[in-house]
Design a binder for this molecule. Sequence first.
Ligand SMILES: [Fe+2]
Length: 808
Amino acid sequence: MTTPALASGRLRRAPRAAIAAVGLVSLVAGSVALSAVSASAADDLPATFLSTGSTWKYSDTNVDPAGGDADRIVWTRAGYDDSAWKSGTGAFGAKNGSPTPNLGSAFPVSTVLNQYIDPNAASKVDVPTFHFRTTFDVTSAQLSEISGLAGTVVYDDAVQVFVNGTKVAGLADDRVNEVPPAQQNLTYAGEGLSDPATSTFQVPAAALQAGTNTIAIALYQDRPTSSDAYLALTSLAPVERETGSTAITDVVLGVGGDESQRMLTWYTSKDTAQVAQFAPAAAVVDGKFPVSAVTVPATGGATTSGEFNRVATLTGLAENTAYVYRVGTDGDWSTVHSFRTRAFEGDFDFLFFGDPQIGSSGNIGRDGDGWADTLDVATSTYPDAELLFSAGDQVEHAANEEEYAAFLAPDALREIPFVATNGNHDVGSKAYEQHFGTPNTDRAAGPGSGASSGGDYWFVHKGVLFIDLNSNSRDYASHEAFVRNVVAEHGDEASWKVVAFHHSIYSAGPHATDSDVKDRRSTWPTLFSELGIDLVLQGHDHSYARTYLLHNGDIANPDEQAGADTVTAGPGGVLYVTSNSASGSKYYDLQPQGFPWLSVANQEKVRNYTAVEVTADAVTVKTLRSQANGDALPVNSVVDQVTLQRATDPNAQRLQVTVPEGAPGEFVWSIDGTNGIVDLGTATEQGDHFAAAGSINPIRVTDTRRSGPNWAVSAQVGDFAAGGTSFSGKYLGWTPKVVEQGAGAIAGDRVGSGFDAGEGLSSSSTLGRADVGHSRGSAKLGADLELKIPVDVTDGTYRATLTLTALS
Ligand SMILES: [Fe+2]
């Protein structure tokens, strides 16, 4: 009888020649005009429609301006009666109730706000929210020339800005959104700023109208005892529509339906017919984009930020191929970008990133830098990573294109397929779905308002079924129908099933007890267990958490140890992982009471990323610091690592030979312990060869036959294969050993790698044996493996099968 066992060795080397060719193209063709300003149009437009000293109506009397109206933002629209409100010029401010508030020379005050609900009270309590309204005129000629307005606001502690009843900015307003709408006009919010913060926001042209426009601002205080308040709208400047050549921006290489596809999405300044073109990098000659390139027509429409978006799906890609691509139209092409496909089967790594949420700190530049650095660290450490997977909340403000520009700045997003997830900060605008085309998308769950965005979608990558859910919607029936349908159609062929969504249901931070999170937690775990989901990736709580394997939400195996480095997937057991911030824009503290589902939780307030290493037999989820936490915890030190492995293959458990009935005693042999893949790791270059080493899974031999007949266990290995390439099994050698004495066991002879001489283990070789007349008992046999292969073997992750045979 034979026993299959597996061995694998991993080689990683980048094909430098192909990359160099691609880089050349980028230099030659990367000369697209990104902006062009029309001088004639500028004459008709003011520098700004409002400035710090503009006059506003305002309310500082702790009265809800909605006055019980079901529409809580009725006060932000034209026609609202603000005749009873006070009038004043900016900037507005207050400090400790002073008639001459001094917030520093950078923040002069023109109109003093009434700071306290009762100025005469012994213990003074701040007015939680101040309300402001004013108008500005835009002519229809001006409207035709602009794509929108760019606003700059200085505030302490939080603001929401509305134009004609459309919310165009929410700065540090998380806590506003967490209370019921009826309370949102009078509540405390913000992050306790010591000095007023300055932020920019955009007003899309779609929010404007020809004639009089109404702008309204709610200014929130952080807490009842906040010492100061401040508001200055310093500018509201027109943004000219691009004229002249077409500007192509925001190019994203998104994941396709499978390994042979990619989805390209981009923004463009002109509503023209546009295409994507791609070609093998090898077809590039003299730096010219090849005329043989494949052309794919793009679809799309107007964006909420006054531009236009386009989406095109690249199909029919070949494996292990470098490609170049560009988007646009003849005479108006984008920069040339590149990507490469990998083998379409076999092991792979992907990278997972928690809430980049650019702009969340109030400093877009700093958040963008953190995000770019994490991407750089992760892709440098895992240069063969095949997906960049986001946990959602790409930006702080769904409609803020400045935040999107910072998020999309790293070129990795044009070179490695990006997997977008829809977070709570990504809704309230259509910008999420306008920036990220997604394959196989179902928008049944939560179309909700006109500002809802994105949907559920799925794709398959190298045998792994990925399902990405828009958890903003709690239309559970639609989600469930989608997931069931996808698993029914594609689950059987999947080696692993991975679900991702934004709102973690098993986190370690304050969101874990949110009512909406509890709601999802009471609903989804049974579905995931029933459908055999292996891994769930999540974000939202800005801290790291890894659960025990959970079956229907309960700990599947009471013996699982906290922080176990290996867990074994059983029926219905699901591993839930929540990632910490990838950009450093915001962190939440771990909740001191802890939660029963937590195997590991971590919060050090340094940036993280997660590398997920997928093989047929195991998924290793390794979370690393992309930012050092002191000398002891440098960049790429490990926060947590867990390997989710398959339960032992039932075929391997039947590996034994039974002596026929009636025989005195028996001879039995089997794998001792689990028969996971024997990973030889990454081979290292040693002069004229690559070398790797490992050990076989030990073999237990038990022989209780009274006559002590001889026995032997031998083995032979086939070729090592990766995708379409392979090398001979003869390069594998071994040194057998008797790990535990008994049954007269004698180790077989060492067999050296065929790299030096001979046929190695490609020829049948003895692992262990016993001579006639040996004692009865049990032995454990092992062997150290040595792999030596020529340096001209192509890079890749190779696998071979070691077949064991027992003779008795
Ligand atoms: Fe979130």
